[in-house]
Design a protein around this ligand. Structure first.
Ligand SMILES: Cc1ncc(COP(=O)(O)O)c(C=O)c1O
Length: 409
């Protein structure tokens, strides 16, 4: 038995680290539901440690050398099998490329597919750090509004028509149709078909961020846009950050064979080989023993409990003072305050009371949007801490408000 699986915990860190190791910044006294991070105790340190050892035993120096540009064969073959179980269609291996997670994949695709001055469409609201990635490229971002059923395809059609009348080149739409960040909403089935049809007929490429597919809590996740579309219409980004461990920096792209080939042939992969060679082999090794599937089951159970605890605490503490969406998967609950309230303005008070969140305006491109909303992540903290965080929020949100109507985006 090794140190981690014997419960002995990690080795002490040698020397005093002068520079940080992780992204998370703990603020004593604050339960910070702003972080979309996994619960640290839910990361399979022992199992991944053993997988790393087995990778070295099995592949020897090939595990440590430059890898095949498209990602190691064992990972690609297993991704095809896994998608057969968790999506409506399985890709063939020529349509799959390993990535270093969805952030890297999005950045790489923006490099390969866009030219200066192109338009990239994003949902409003959308994942704020995808916006940061896209803003590293000389493109113009244009928002398309979503509601609680996901992206408004009618608004998308109007936006594309308007941009084309202005002779703008609409390069792609970046969208998160399943267990959205920040809203937790999933694009309704009918809208999925409409969106795919629109993309096919109007030749608007879709980049589908499918980071949360494995974390479904009320039955199977809906079919991906990629699985519904004809080849070439959708590129899907899949990540092991949520279903396994973000520090591994591994994921995959499914695309049509031509785009997958273009990614494999890119200068980045020609120079460096597979972008996440060793950790991709670790994922494949972890999956081969059935541990990946068991890990996902464990995460689904833990996060279902955390989601339910958070929703119950919201009902107890904020009923009549806020509304919220019920997420069927992912990490987030999207809360909307009554008219006239501003989640950014309330944040200092919330933090002074020991809880924090991300204000809704973080997720919009345009100033003045999302002011009444806030995003709560239920992933990182234990149930009792979630209850306490909501209790603290309840204290600062004032008295009950008359009729709020349905939860909004
Ligand atoms: C929608 C979405 N996409 C991408 C990411 C980042 O993915 P990765 O860790 O695979 O780079 C996140 C992380 O929070 C996310 O919520």
């Amino acid at each position: 038995m090794d140190r981690l699986s014997s419960g002995a915990g990690p080795l002490p860190i040698v020397g005093k680290p002068q520079l940080p190791i992780g992204q998370f910044e703990s603020r004593p006294g604050i339960i910070d539901l702003g972080w979309g991070h996994p619960g640290p105790e839910l990361l399979p340190t022992a199992g991944l440690g053993q997988a790393a050892v087995r990778v070295l035993e099995r592949y020897g120096p090939d595990a440590l050398n430059y890898g095949y540009a498209g990602g190691p064969g064992p990972l690609i073959a297993w991704v095809c099998e896994r998608l057969c179980e968790v999506d409506a269609v399985a890709p063939t291996p020529d349509c799959v490329v390993a990535s270093a997670g969805n952030s890297q994949a999005l950045d790489h695709l923006a490099t390969l597919l866009t030219a200066p001055g192109d338009v990239v469409l994003v949902e409003a609201p959308t994942y704020h750090l995808a916006v940061r990635i896209l803003q590293d490229h000389p493109v113009d971002l244009v928002p398309v509004h979503a509601d609680r059923f996901g992206l408004r395809v009618d608004v998308l059609a109007q936006t594309v028509r308007r941009l084309r009348e202005q002779h703008r080149q609409v390069r792609f739409l970046y969208t998160i149709p399943t267990f959205h960040n920040p809203t937790g909403a999933s694009l309704a089935k009918e809208r999925r078909r409409e969106l795919v049809k629109f993309a096919e007929t109007e030749e608007v490429l879709i980049i589908e961020d499918d980071a949360y597919r494995e974390l479904s809590y009320d039955g199977a996740a809906p079919p991906s846009l990629w699985s519904l579309a004809s080849p070439g219409a959708v590129i899907r980004l899949g990540s092991f950050a949520k279903s396994l461990a973000p520090g591994l920096r591994t994921g995959f792209i499914t695309a049509d064979a031509a785009i997958a080939g273009r990614i494999r042939d890119s200068g980045l992969l020609d120079s460096g080989g597979g972008i996440s060679h060793f950790s991709s082999l670790m994922v494949a090794e972890f999956a081969a023993t059935g541990e990946y599937a068991r890990n996902v089951e464990k995460l689904r159970r833990a996060y279902t409990e955390r989601r339910d605890v958070l929703l119950t605490a919201l009902s107890q503490e904020l009923d009549g003072r806020a509304t919220w969406l019920h997420p069927s998967g992912g990490y987030f609950v999207w809360v909307t305050l009554p008219p006239g309230r501003d989640a950014s303005a309330l944040l200092p008070q919330a933090e002074a009371n020991g809880s924090s969140y991300l204000p809704g305006s973080t997720f919009y491109l345009e100033a003045g949007e999302g002011l009444r909303s806030l995003r709560l992540a239920f992933s990182r903290y234990r149930p009792e801490e979630l209850v306490e965080a909501v209790r603290r929020l309840g204290r600062i949100l004032g008295g009950p408000t008359a009729r709020l109507g349905p939860a909004a985006v």
